[in-house]
Design a protein around this ligand. Structure first.
Ligand code: F6P
Length: 532
């Protein structure tokens, strides 16, 4: 392959060994038997990384699987690629860029571009503190951005609500659909609002359109000083200046959008939680960076999660993975992970452009527990697909209602147990006999009430949801995505797949005014006529 001299995963010895191992043991591994055979299994498959403990034992793998997956990572050159990333080599080959989000959270003097990074960070945090000061008069912060310029702050601000200043409201406008910005504007007063226009490129249609609407609303409602009430977080300082913005916090092309919450894009986070807590968020991520960079793969949590993803996707052929944070603050984590994982690893060609003969990113989805339990968990327990589930449990809550917290945690553990243990038809029969009003015989009812079990899950545990632990958790996910992407031999850091739709939108937009359907397919033409 082009960037580093390594083997593609499907051409390695380890891949073939994993195929043989899957046929011989992997496919039929039953978690109930595995725990019965090895009482030390929970311990053997648990890992402590900075701020995050992981129980990987309820997954359909054994020690040999893990060893072969680690062999695979070595044979594919994952560690060398990881080191190349940390060293700032241009591993994003299709854009000729380095990938250095890790530099954004390195302490002063420690990472590449350290003085640039810390100069912007210091400025940005000083600005955040001025906004937080009641003398600023700012009571509402509105982040206008989309994708990586939205999802990080939108996920982190509620997650760290217990650290956030309650003197302000935080709003996130992303969608070009006017139903997003309209109710937000209705709540605001120009004199007490700060708009953060967040866009790496400062060209994204949705963001520019919403920024225009916000500026027009500001002027129409008597707003006097655009330069004071609009700031930008962008790599395109000139475009921000052309918009009328004089306060800009920059970042660099080596920060991918979905990896950018650590950069100036994190400004709304910094305004919400303050400079010291923002630095703690960075420090947690940095601790996870060091773990990923230094821990042998046998003890390396991001690497093991990424390798487990490969095992499930390419050998078990599981098409999706669900995430269930048992902490309401993490309600937007699944959305954040969807961009992180699927925009990074939803690729169909390898680094040389050859079509992949194996699958890449699974679908990632989820909802906070316990809400998901009352919605789609039915399918997880009894559906025809196996969907590995990832529980996130937080030991100490950030609220005073301990009885609620205990119930949330009990649900979390119970669901993981239920998925694994299942319930036999006999067990279901013993549990409830049909009553006189049932129109079903005992056997049929028992089959409906049985659970196959052996459904895999991972449980991640944080001691508390703090800036530091959240930073570590997000960095854990970033490096997990890196690991599977490196094994798959794909570029996890470009996103060409979003371009075609953008181009076709540019072609369609003027047709809404003219009604011209020339060259359109009949379906689109008919829909355009209907929607105009
Ligand atoms: O959807 C494509 C994408 O480029 C994402 O990768 C990015 O996070 C988002 O658009 C927003 O881009 P920008 O920050 O340049 O507005």
């Amino acid at each position: 392959m082009s960037t580093l001299d390594t083997k593609r995963c499907d051409r390695t010895v380890a891949w073939r060994a994993l195929q043989g191992h899957y046929e011989a043991h992997g496919r039929d591994l039953d978690l109930r038997d595995a725990f019965a055979r090895d009482p030390a299994r929970a311990e053997a498959f648990s890992l402590q990384a900075p701020e995050v403990f992981a129980d990987l034992s309820k997954n359909r793998w054994d020690l040999l699987t893990r060893k072969l997956l680690i062999d695979l990572a070595h044979e594919c050159g994952m560690p060398a690629r990881r080191d190349a990333m940390f060293n700032g080599e241009p591993i994003n080959s299709t854009e000729g860029r380095a990938v250095l989000h890790t530099a954004l959270r390195a302490p002063p003097g420690a990472g590449p571009f350290s003085s640039d990074v810390h100069a912007v960070l210091d400025d940005m945090l000083a600005f955040a503190e001025r906004v937080r000061d009641s003398a600023s008069g700012i009571r509402a912060v509105v982040n206008i951005g989309i994708g990586g310029s939205d999802l990080g702050p939108q996920m982190v601000v509620p997650a760290l609500d217990s650290y956030a200043s309650k003197a302000m409201e935080y709003h996130f406008v992303s969608n070009v659909d006017g139903h997003d910005i309209t109710p937000v504007l209705a709540r605001l007063k120009p004199e007490s609002t700060l708009f953060v226009i967040a866009s790496k490129t400062f060209t994204t249609q949705e963001t520019m359109a919403n920024a225009d609407v916000a500026r027009a609303w500001f002027i129409a409602h008597g707003g006097l000083d655009i330069a004071r009430h609009f700031v930008a977080t962008t790599t395109n300082v000139q475009a921000a200046a052309a918009f009328g913005i004089t306060t800009t916090f920059g970042f660099w092309d080596w920060v991918g959008g979905r990896y950018s919450m650590w950069s100036a894009i994190g400004l709304p986070i910094a305004i919400a939680i303050g400079a010291a807590h923002f630095r703690a968020l960075l420090a947690g991520a940095h601790a996870m960076d060091r773990h990923f960079a230094e821990a042998p793969l046998e003890h390396n949590l991001p690497a093991q999660l990424g390798l487990l993803d490969v095992w499930y996707r390419n050998f078990h052929r599981f098409a999706s993975r669900s995430v269930a944070p048992y902490h309401q603050g993490l309600k937007r984590l699944p959305a954040y992970l969807q961009q992180l994982e699927m925009e990074s690893n939803g690729k169909g060609v390898d680094l040389d452009g050859a079509v992949l003969p194996y699958d890449s990113s699974a679908v990632v989805w989820g909802e906070p527990g316990t809400n998901g339990q009352h919605a789609f968990f039915q399918m997880l327990h009894q559906g025809t697909d196996v969907v590995p589930l990832e529980f996130i449990a937080v030991r100490t809550p950030s609220h005073p209602h301990l009885s609620l917290h205990t119930k949330a945690l009990a649900n979390c553990l119970a669901q993981a147990r239920a998925l694994m243990l299942g319930k036999s038809v006999d067990g279901a029969r013993g549990e409830r006999a049909p009553t006189a009003s049932d129109t079903i015989d005992a056997d049929t009812l028992a089959r409906h009430r049985s659970f196959p079990g052996n459904r895999p899950s991972t449980t991640l545990v944080l001691d508390a949801l703090t800036p530091r632990s959240l930073g570590a958790l997000v960095a854990l996910y970033e490096h997990r995505v890196f690991t599977s992407g490196a094994v798959w031999g794909i570029n996890s850091f470009d996103q060409w797949g979003v371009e075609l739709g953008k181009a076709l939108c540019n072609d369609l937009l003027p047709r809404f005014a003219t009604g011209d359907t020339t060259g359109l397919d009949p379906s689109t033409a008919a829909l355009l006529r209907r929607l105009r």
